[in-house]
Design a protein around this ligand. Sequence first.
Ligand SMILES: [Zn+2]
Length: 253
Amino acid sequence: MKVDGFPIGISERDEVTTPCYSDLTVRAGLLELFHEEHRQLRPGAAAPELKIEFFAFANVNNTIRLRQGRLLVRLSDLLEGAPDLVLRAIAHILLAKMYRKPIDRAHSSRYRKYIASHEVVSKAHLVRQMRGRKRLNSARGRMYDLDAIFDDLNQRFFYGLMGRPRMSWSRSKTRRILGHYDPAHNAIIISRIFDHPSVPRYAVEYILYHEMLHLKHPVRLRGSRRCVHSAEFRAEEKLFPDWRRAEAWLKGL
Ligand SMILES: [Zn+2]
C-alpha cells in the first residue's frame, strides 16, 4: 500500500468508478494551482505529472495517490464550485499529506470552515439522500451520536479529510464484536453496549477511532481474516491520547 500510493481518508472500494469529469474539463487554472502548491512544498523538485478528477463521492471526499510517478487527485464534485482559496487549501493539504510535510493551519482551517458551511453540508446531505444510501440502524443512539463523534475524530486526527461511511449502532448489545468496519457496505458498526450513560466518551471514541484506522489502512481480505493490524496501524492507534485509559476501561467490560 505504501509503495504504491497513499490513500487519504478513504477506502477505494467506496469510490464511484466513473469520474464525473476528466481533467480536460476541470476548470482552467486548477492544475496550475496544484503545481503552485507543489512548488511551495517542494521547492526545486520537478513538477510531477498530475491528473485531477472530480468524483461523485457519496460524501465530501478528496484523495491523492501516486501511481507510476504520476499524482492522481480526486476531488469531491461537491467542491466543484469552491473558491480558489479553498481549492488551494485542499491542494496544500493533499500534497502535504502525500509528502509527509506539516499542514499549514491557515489552510486546514479554511478547508474546515468551507466544509462546515451550511451550503456544502446541506448539499452533501441532499446528495447522500439522492444517491440512495440505505441506513442500517440509526447512528444516533440514546446517549451518543456516532455521526457527531466521527466528525469530531475526523477533525482531530484526520484533518477532516476522511469521508464518513454509514455509521450504525449494532442491533444487539454484543460484547463479542465491539466494533467493525464493513468494506462491502462502507459501514462502521459499533456495539450498542457503548450507547449507555455509564460508558465514558473516550471509550466510544477509542473504538470508533480504531475502526477509522481500518478505513485509512485498507486490508486485502484473505480468507476470513477481517481485522488485520499492521505495526503502522498499531503505532497510529497510540496517537489517541486516552488510549491507556480506554484499554483499561475495555478490560473491565
Ligand atoms: Zn481492528
